[in-house]
Ligand binder design. Structure first.
Ligand code: MF3
Ligand code: CO
Length: 258
């Protein structure tokens, strides 16, 4: 998300977290189906079709379709596109591309949101390292989500891992709280200082979404009003999970529990 609503943080009960977990399971299934379909020659709109089919099959409402006028259920961001790429019947995927797939849904009044980046056929070693670094930065962010810790511990975990790998974190977009709304407080940037910021309490549910570039962190939004690209044309990767903090520690909710 871009910008943030400065309202109180709503901690979730365990039954609310269970509803987000059910939405999150559907998100994981949709993303698994869509990412498994990625191959050279496919149009990005074909992935949108799959996301809509799978949403209907699972009985969930796509969260992004119509949100602030966004025209699709899925965001498909290719190569230098960072986030919010709009699927198109004209845009083909080719071997060596990397593609970020972002999907959210609503079920029983609660939202879940996740993203993955995958390669199209064989990709360069540098692209693989960018994707792996971004994926691991999300793992480290989740591990840093501890009761009585600080929000900055999560943000710093992302930034330190990414920058020590020689990549940059995007500063123009952030993760977010999530629950009855797709975007809730707090804003969850991908950079910050450990030991600072709000205290983490059980019931906090965050969509943590590192967006990482191989070059400069500067981005711009294309004339379509949505697609964010790196200004320098460098590759970008994006991973996201919806994560709850419980008294037993962090729990990733956007996973398929079978
Ligand atoms: N995960 C992204 C975000 O939280 C996707 C939003 S797409 C939109 O910003 F269309 F809903 F904006
Ligand atoms: Co999000």
């Amino acid at each position: 998300m871009r910008g943030a609503a400065a309202v109180a943080i709503e901690l979730k009960s365990s039954s609310e977290i269970s509803a987000i977990r059910r939405a999150g399971c559907a998100v994981a299934r949709v993303l698994a189906r869509v990412s498994a379909a990625v191959r050279p020659g496919l149009k990005t709109w074909d992935l949108e079709t799959l996301a809509r089919e799978e949403s209907a099959r699972l009985g969930v409402e796509p969260a992004f379709l119509g949100y602030l006028g966004y025209p699709a259920a899925l965001c498909v961001s290719v190569n230098a596109e960072v986030v919010h790429g709009i699927p198109s019947p004209k845009r083909g995927l080719k071997e060596g591309d990397i593609v970020s797939l972002d999907y959210g849904c609503r079920l029983e009044g609660f939202y879940a949101d996740a993203a993955v980046t995958v390669g199209v056929g064989g990709i360069s070693a540098e692209a693989r390292r960018l994707i792996e670094t971004t994926r691991v930065s999300l793992e480290k962010a989740v591990a840093a989500m501890k009761v009585d810790g600080r929000l900055g511990d999560i943000l710093s975990a992302i930034q330190v891992h990414v920058e020590s790998s020689g990549f940059s974190v995007v500063r123009d977009f952030s993760g977010h709280g999530i629950g009855r709304a797709l975007h809730e407080s707090p804003s969850v940037p991908n950079f910050g200082a450990a030991g600072t910021g709000m205290r983490l309490q059980p019931g906090l549910v965050l969509a943590i979404e590192p967006m990482v570039t191989a070059g400069s962190e500067k981005t711009e939004v294309l004339a379509d009003g949505w697609t964010a690209v790196t200004k320098d044309g460098s590759l970008a990767a994006h991973f996201e999970h919806t994560v709850a903090l419980t008294d037993k520690g962090p729990e990733v909710l956007t996973e398929d529990h079978g």
